[in-house]
Design a protein around this ligand. Structure first.
Ligand code: CP
Length: 306
């Protein structure tokens, strides 16, 4: 089985079959990751460049591990903090990729559409590792794998994404992917952090966590970007924590156990209480483990499409 496209740019429009293929392939790679020697040869001879124009810990390390475990030759380039003009950098980057005969590119960039742009101008397969507030497809795929492991199916699973929905690529990719797989998705946060027309994506909107916990199976807590504090979108981190911080006390009122997810990095005791993050309800570290397997699956499936 092969993926329909040559790139992984987002989950908007990705078919149920393609999502299932990536998740099923990731399950096979999880078995490889349990072996004493965690390396297989399918991308031997392929050259992959990881272009991180924005800070990353989990995604960058996870892609690098995935690529090495598939035996690819890997180069990682980080320019976080650089002041170079984004447009010029991307154009130059594309030229360099063509000149160096790179087979696959993983790109994180602050500009929405950066991965799409690159995919139009280079021959290499492109994977979006997060483009501004647009999409972060491998994060949503690893979230879905984690939930599928726990609940066997995503069909009818009730998932609420809590936090800054307006600026979140993780929220968008999760909404697209989960809806395609039949989950019932809702969002919760202050009105200032929820796009007005979000219902068009087929999600319910909550503004009170107390209502969310009565209904859902899963809460995916988003990081509050601390810099948003300055923008007046919510009064203070203390206020945010009081109304939208996900805590043990709040989820204790749920009629059934709620699974807690977070893409990282966590602001402990801001959007998520430390005790809940470390509790038996949390699958945050399983998400990180699954990230490597999902990225191996995406790289492998795109690599064999050439
Ligand atoms: N989840 C995620 O994208 O984390 P990083 O920003 O550390 O890659």
């Amino acid at each position: 089985m092969k993926l329909r496209g040559r790139h992984l740019l987002g989950l908007d429009g990705m078919s149920r079959e393609d999502i299932s293929l990536i998740l099923d392939t990731a399950v096979s790679f999880k078995e490889v990751l349990e072996r004493p020697i965690k390396k297989v040869p399918p991308l031997q001879g392929k050259t992959i460049v990881n272009l991180f124009f924005e800070a990353s810990t989990r995604t960058r390390i996870s892609f690098e591990l995935a690529e090495r475990r598939l035996s690819a030759d890997v180069v990682t380039f980080s320019t976080a903090g650089s002041s170079v003009s984004k447009g010029e950098t991307l154009k130059d980057t594309a030229r360099n990729i063509e000149a160096m005969k790179i087979d696959m590119v993983v790109i994180r960039h602050s500009a929405p559409g950066a991965a799409h742009f690159l995919s139009r101008v280079v021959k290499a397969n492109v994977i979006n590792a997060g483009d501004g507030g647009h999409e972060h497809p491998t994060q949503a795929l690893l979230d879905m794998l984690t939930l599928r492991e726990k609940y066997a199916t995503l069909e009818k699973l009730k998932v609420c994404i809590v936090g800054d929905i307006a600026h979140s690529r993780v929220a968008r990719s999760n909404i697209y992917g989960l809806k395609t797989m039949g989950a019932e998705v809702s969002v919760c946060g202050p009105a200032t952090l929820i796009p007005r027309d979000i219902e068009r994506l087929g999600v319910r909107v909550f503004h009170r966590l107390e209502e969310v916990v009565k209904e859902v199976d899963v809460i995916n807590v988003l990081r509050i970007q601390l810099e948003r504090q300055e923008s007046g979108l919510f009064p203070s981190l203390r206020e945010y924590h009081r109304y939208f911080g996900v805590t043990k006390e709040k989820v204790a009122k749920a009629p059934k156990p709620i699974t807690i997810m977070h893409p990282g990095p966590i602001n402990r005791d801001v959007e998520l209480s430390a005790d809940l993050a470390d509790s038996e309800h949390s699958v945050i570290l399983q998400q990180v483990t699954n990230g490597v397997a999902v990225r191996m699956a995406a790289l492998y499936l795109l690599g064999i499409s050439n």
